[in-house]
Write a protein that binds this ligand. Structure first.
Ligand code: IMP
Ligand code: MG
Length: 178
C-alpha cells in the first residue's frame, strides 16, 4: 500500500466483481439496443474501460470533459463542457459514466445538458457515491459502491492528478490534502 493511503476501501478483486455485475445488468437492460456510453473525463476512464468489456453487446463510446465552474457562460449551468459535441445524441439510449457522485453538481448539470438533445433514454452510471455530500438531487441508476465521506483516490480518481493509476479505491491520508 502506498504511504499516502489511509485505507483501501475496495480491492482490485472487489472492483472487478462489482464491475462485472454492473456489466451484466446493463447487458440485460439494454438487450436489443446499441447504447451510447458517454464517459466523463478524466476520472471515469478506467471504470469505463473495464465496464464496456463486461457489456455483451455492441455499444458506442464517447467522452466529454466536464468541470465545475462557479459561474460560467456555457450552456450546462454551472458546469463547463470541454468540447464540441460532434456526435448524435438525439434518439439514442445514453448512459453517462462517472467516477464519483459527490455534490452531484457536475452530473446533474451534464444530465440536463444531454437531455436537451432529446435522447430516447438517459441513465447515470457511477462507480462511487458519497451520498453524505449531496447538494443537488441526483441518484445513479447503476452504482458500484457507496463510499465514506473521505477524499477518495485510485481506479481513475485523482488528487492533483496523482494516484489515478492505483488499481484499488482508497481514502487518502488527510495530511496529504490539507
Ligand atoms: P460533484 O461534486 O458530484 O460535482 O463531483 C465532481 C467531480 O469531483 C467528480 O467527478 C470527481 O472528479 C471529483 N471528486 C469528487 N469527490 C472526489 C473524491 O473523493 N476524490 C477524487 N475526486 C473527487
Ligand atoms: Mg471527474
Amino acid at each position: 500500500m502506498h504511504k499516502d493511503i489511509k485505507e483501501i476501501l475496495f480491492t482490485e478483486d472487489a472492483i472487478k466483481k462489482r464491475v462485472g455485475e454492473l456489466g451484466t445488468q446493463i447487458t440485460r437492460d439494454y438487450a436489443g439496443t446499441r447504447p451510447l456510453l458517454i464517459g466523463v473525463l478524466k476520472g471515469s476512464f478506467i471504470f469505463l474501460a473495464d465496464l464496456v468489456r463486461r457489456i455483451e453487446q455492441s455499444c458506442e463510446i464517447r467522452f466529454v470533459s466536464a468541470s465545475s465552474y462557479g459561474f460560467s457562460s456555457v450552456s450546462a449551468g454551472s458546469v463547463k463542457i470541454g468540447q464540441e459535441i460532434d456526435f448524435q445524441m438525439e434518439d439514442r439510449d445514453i448512459i453517462l459514466i462517472e467516477d464519483i457522485l459527490d455534490t452531484g453538481v457536475t452530473l446533474s448539470a451534464l444530465r440536463d445538458f444531454v437531455a436537451e438533445y432529446k435522447p430516447s433514454s438517459l441513465k447515470i452510471c457511477a462507480m462511487l457515491d458519497k451520498p453524505s455530500h449531496r447538494e443537488v438531487e441526483i441518484t445513479a441508476d447503476y452504482l458500484g459502491f457507496e463510499c465514506p465521506d473521505d477524499f477518495i483516490v485510485g481506479y481513475g480518481l485523482d488528487y492533483a492528478e496523482r494516484y489515478r493509476n492505483f488499481p484499488y479505491i482508497a481514502s487518502l491520508k488527510p495530511e496529504v490534502y490539507s
